[in-house]
Design a protein around this ligand. Structure first.
Ligand SMILES: Cc1cc2nc3c(=O)[nH]c(=O)nc-3n(C[C@H](O)[C@H](O)[C@H](O)COP(=O)(O)O)c2cc1C
Length: 199
């Protein structure tokens, strides 16, 4: 039995390839770990705000100067971090938008990467504080970036591995449904992605 956190960032709901791929990962996880629970965090339906000065002040305030106003400004961040801490497995759906991740996902990331909460610095070196969790990324894209001539254009997987690894989420497996804009590939892109899923 595992606690699975499913993070959705596609704006396409039913037509979404990343959500379909995510679902395949979750189905296989539930088959492997019966009675697992799934918490869905849809970042498009319930947006995380872009960081404003009030958030930053509240993130960095010293404990003795904390206040109800700062606690309120940390609501989204605390909720997102709590959901991650409570989960054993994260399944993150990632549509590639303009060579990178959707801004809805970036906003969530900006709320979970927090000094003293999810990372710290020891002897000048960053250390992630979110330990012992498995992460699956379900990446969907129009182009093919896992291999071939456009591999160098893949900023998505390296970025996510780096930023999630920075907070301690280093055990990351990537599945892709890719090539939805590529003739000859598009018709089989989703099926190929689904069939590649092994957990
Ligand atoms: C706003 C937007 C920007 C996109 N930018 C890219 C891109 O830079 N590279 C790419 O390969 N595909 C791009 N695509 C195609 C999507 O990655 C593709 O449709 C994928 O299936 C999206 O995931 P989803 O189906 O889960 O929403 C873009 C799609 C949209 C809607």
């Amino acid at each position: 039995m595992k606690k699975i956190l499913s993070v959705i960032s596609s704006a396409r709901s039913k037509a979404s390839n990343s959500i379909r791929l995510q679902q395949e990962i979750i189905d296989k996880l539930q088959a492997r770990y019966p009675e697992s629970t799934v918490t869905v965090r849809d970042l498009v339906a319930n947006k995380y705000p872009h960081l404003e000065e009030s958030h930053l002040t509240a993130f960095y305030v010293q404990e003795e100067n904390d206040s109800p106003e700062y606690r309120l400004a940390r609501t989204h961040s605390e909720q997102a971090i709590r959901e991650i801490e409570e989960a054993d497995i994260l399944v993150i759906g990632v549509p590639i938008y303009n060579f990178s991740i959707p801004s809805a996902l970036k906003a969530w990331i900006d709320h979970i990467v927090r000094s003293r909460k999810t990372f710290t610095v020891v002897d000048g070196r960053p250390e992630g504080l979110v330990k012992n969790k498995k992460v699956y990324l379900a990446i969907a894209s129009g182009g093919v970036f896992s291999d071939g001539p456009y591999k160098a254009w893949d900023f998505t997987e390296p970025y996510l591995r780096h930023v999630l690894g920075f907070i301690g989420l280093t055990d990351i497996t990537v599945f892709r449904a890719e090539g939805f804009s590529v003739p000859g590939v598009q018709d089989v892109a989703l099926q190929k992605g689904i069939e590649s899923v092994a957990v």
